[in-house]
Design a protein around this ligand. Sequence first.
Ligand SMILES: [Zn+2]
Length: 94
Amino acid sequence: MYDGGQGAGQLPESLDWLPLGRQPGQPRTHRHRGKTMAKEVQTQAGRCSTHGTVQATREVPETGFPFAVYAIWRAAAQRRPFLCPECGAAVQAD
Ligand SMILES: [Zn+2]
């Protein structure tokens, strides 16, 4: 068995010095700053198809600085169904 030339197996190693995948000017600084988005948990009695009447919950983001953005998030969250705390399924509001 021959590989047709010496050094062929060293090719990947010879490229290790290249800064592949490291883009100058695009530092990966997507870290949390210890500030999490405040959530308001809404509860409502609802009917789960599996668990019957449950206290269903729904998380809605609390209003924060970019008011327009939060208004959209809240509006979207308000349209989501309440979820069963047991199985997470959408429940029918009573
Ligand atoms: Zn359930």
